[in-house]
Design a protein around this ligand. Structure first.
Ligand code: LRH
Ligand code: MN
Ligand code: MN
Length: 388
């Protein structure tokens, strides 16, 4: 197996964007459980995200969701972030909460509704220009609940037209990433249900448009690493929304439900050139911590990604290639599993310390007194967005 010391340079390049909404109150459609100490505004969400970065060195940017993170002065928000050593990242649009979008947004049959949704994206691009963000992430709740409810083909055409108008505003150093999800909130058909549809739409837009793969957005049993391989092969994997799930879009801590799947995904990321600061593939979390505390939830998440990345980087690629070439079925599988079963935690702890980071960021947070401080100081924390 590859030696740990030979992968630290690559590990040092790891950057995982945190979602601002992970720090706010959240829940399911049955119940939101408010927690003490949650942020009262976008500034405090960024303060918490910066804490995660301070203790892990892994999370240099924070994704915003508009309008959840709407502020009067984005320059001030940016300064606040930069003062804490982090930057503002992806801008996520939201066309799933306004009543106007009941029957869809960019794919709606109502031209006025499409106009409203397109204008919302123009506003998001204006915000990106002020925050210095490079990615506009679009996820659409568009779809239908009943067969025959609307013309699926016409919806696809309207979607293409709306996306084209938004794409025309994307700056030279900006990107549009289109996220797919197989169902929910629409239950019969969804307008961007899978990677193929997202790929078809972004390929038609041009070279600044990419696919976003949210790991929780597939049917059970889907081979997600195959999709990762294919999108990298096609040069269209723009970003990940990492989380884990047992059943549907559970938004649990990444690597919690199926660590082996996370490993297999990262193996394909590394294999396909999707890892590293110049890869063009953005790593993000998209999670909610409904019952656990938010900040340690995020720390656990970035550490899980780091641990699995280390294991994926440890694979002896030469031995793997030789076994594959020789048709050695079990030998090739052994090479992969050797890396998967390697406990990288002690080596990572030592390496963190050598870089002035806490060996155990979870413990460092628990001992920092930060949680008690925010619980005492902040009263009336914000919803993550849902049920607000
Ligand atoms: C949709 C989604 C999308 C949204 C986020 C809050 O399920 O994954 O990325 O922006 O949740
Ligand atoms: Mn997502
Ligand atoms: Mn989701």
């Amino acid at each position: 197996m590859t030696d740990f010391s030979s992968i630290t340079g690559l590990l040092a390049e790891q950057a995982i964007e945190l979602p601002s909404w992970a720090f706010g109150n959240s829940g399911t459609r049955f119940r939101v459980f408010p927690q003490a100490g949650v942020p009262r505004d976008p500034f405090e969400k960024i303060t918490d995200a910066a804490k995660v970065n301070e203790l892990t060195g892994l999370a240099p940017t924070v994704a915003l969701h508009i309008p959840w993170d709407k502020v009067d002065d984005y320059g001030k928000l940016r300064e606040h972030a930069e003062g804490l050593g982090v930057g503002l990242g992806t801008i996520n649009s939201n066309t799933f909460q306004d009543q106007a979008y009941k029957l869809g947004s960019l794919a709606s049959s109502d031209a006025a509704v499409r106009r409203q949704a397109i204008d919302h994206h123009f506003e998001c691009i204006d915000i990106m220009n002020r925050t210095g963000s490079s990615d506009l992430k679009i996820w659409l709740a568009d779809g239908t609940n009943y067969p025959g409810q609307d013309d699926m083909r016409a919806r696809q055409d309207r979607l293409a037209d709306s996306l084209g108008q938004i794409y025309a505003r994307i700056g030279d150093s900006q990107r549009l990433v289109l996220e797919y999800k197989f169902f929910e909130p629409a239950f019969y058909h969804t307008d961007v249900p899978d990677w193929g549809t997202s790929y078809a739409q972004v390929a038609a837009l041009g070279e600044k448009a990419f696919v976003c793969l949210d790991t929780g957005h597939h049917a059970p049993g889907t081979n997600i690493e195959f999709i990762v391989m294919q999108l990298l092969r096609l040069g269209k994997l723009g970003s990940f929304d990492f989380n884990s799930r047992f059943y549907a879009d559970d938004d649990l801590i990444v690597g919690a439900a199926d660590p082996f799947q996370l490993f297999r995904i990262l193996v394909e990321v590394v294999r396909g050139g999707g890892y590293g600061k110049d890869s063009g593939v953005a790593f993000m979390l998209d999670q909610c911590h409904n019952i656990e505390k938010k900040i340690p939830g995020q720390i656990r998440s970035v550490l899980n990604v780091q641990e699995m990345t280390a294991r994926a980087l440890l694979i002896d690629r030469d031995a793997l290639g030789a076994a594959q070439q020789a048709g050695d079925v079990l030998g090739a599988n052994d090479v992969l599993m050797d890396a998967f079963y390697t406990d990288v935690r002690p080596a990572l702890a030592e390496w963190r310390e050598s870089r002035g980071l806490p060996a155990n960021p979870m413990r460092a947070y628990a001992e920092s007194g930060y949680q008690a401080k925010i619980e005492a100081e902040r009263v009336g924390g914000d919803q993550a967005g849902w049920g607000a």
